[in-house]
Design a protein around this ligand. Structure first.
Ligand SMILES: [Zn+2]
Length: 329
């Protein structure tokens, strides 16, 4: 039998950044008490989020607020989602007002990478640091910057968009309109695209077990690499080199004490973390590299949801003053 939910004030965090809706009921200390996962229903997002919140509130009557991580640009002053190529319906409608109405709770929206960074910073691998850059590598690639204990969002609100820095000026077109962004080579769908292109033109790689499965995913590649498949391993190492190239630029620019890597692609573990660190070491200015720690996520697949729950917690405690951990920039 599961442990009873403690009668403390709890928070719900919801992650809408992937193919599924991932929700946690978190204690005030960020500990996950319960979680839910279901395929994301893009046509009925408000109803699905409200239903999940109701389900979790049945387990705990002391839920104070809900935080939602959105794959897009969020203006937290106006609570509007400004851009989201994955979830256009949350841009065209007043998603925030609808969620408040349907759940009867205070709701905080935040960009998914910012939410994950906040979670890692508060209760994850960054909990001993004051300065941290977070990179999430999954369906897309996002980033967030915490400087001197504050989330730094930049003049436009989109600081930290490491997925859209150029890695290959001759590369393919990105969803952002640029060509050769990091995302066009290292996001999960693009790792699969590169692997398929290689399988098509290189007959020896067809010996890979991947070639037997037409619809393989980046997670399948990570599993096959772990099982010793040379082709999968090579593709993951090359992906790590692309990411490491971008990490070297972050190190040179910020000389930040900690870089945290999360998102589904990092589930390949050391197979991808090692080439990232090696490439960053090779390309970064050495005094900067030596003072930067590069680490994998501690919160894993819960990072966005836990971070969103903690943002909801901290905004609750600062209502009437300024938003928590927000730079005045
Ligand atoms: Zn781009």
């Amino acid at each position: 039998m599961a442990n009873p939910i403690p009668p403390t004030t709890n928070y719900i965090g919801i992650d809408l950044s992937g193919r599924s809706l991932h929700a946690v009921l978190a204690g005030g200390d960020g500990r996950v008490l319960e979680s839910r996962e279901a395929p994301l229903n893009r046509d009925q997002i408000v109803a699905q989020v409200a239903g999940t919140v109701a389900e979790l509130r049945n387990l705990s009557s002391n839920v104070d607020a809900v935080g939602v991580g959105i794959p897009g640009l969020v203006n937290r002053e106006t609570d509007r989602v400004l851009v989201s190529s994955d979830l256009p319906s949350v841009v065209s409608s007043d998603f925030h007002s609808q969620l408040m109405k349907e759940t009867g709770l205070r709701v905080e929206l935040e960009n998914d990478a910012n939410a994950a960074a906040y979670g890692e910073y508060k209760v994850g691998v960054g909990s001993d640091s004051r300065n941290m850059f977070y990179i999430t590598i999954g369906e897309g690639i996002g980033g967030a910057l915490i400087l001197d204990d504050k989330l730094w969002i930049g003049a436009s609100g989109c600081a930290g968009e490491i997925g859209h820095i150029t890695i290959d000026p001759e590369g393919i077109e990105c969803v952002c309109g640029n060509t050769g962004c990091l995302e066009t080579v290292a996001s999960a769908p693009n790792i699969v695209r590169r692997a398929n292109e290689r399988l098509d033109r290189d007959s020896t790689s067809s010996l890979s077990r991947l070639a037997m499965n037409k619809d393989f995913t980046a997670a399948d590649m990570a599993r096959e690499a772990t099982n010793g498949d040379d082709f999968s391993l090579m593709m993951i190492e090359r992906t790590g080199k692309y990411i490491g190239t971008a990490v070297a630029s972050v190190i040179n620019l910020l000389s930040i004490e900690l870089i945290v890597l999360g998102g589904g692609v990092m589930e390949a573990g050391d197979l991808i973390l090692k080439p990232i660190i090696e490439e960053a070491r090779r390309r970064a200015f050495q005094p900067c590299f030596e003072t930067t720690k590069i680490a994998a996520t501690k919160l894993g697949a819960d990072a966005v949801a836990i971070g969103a729950a903690l943002l909801a917690r901290d905004t609750a405690q600062s209502v009437g003053s300024s938003l928590p951990h927000r730079a005045n920039n």
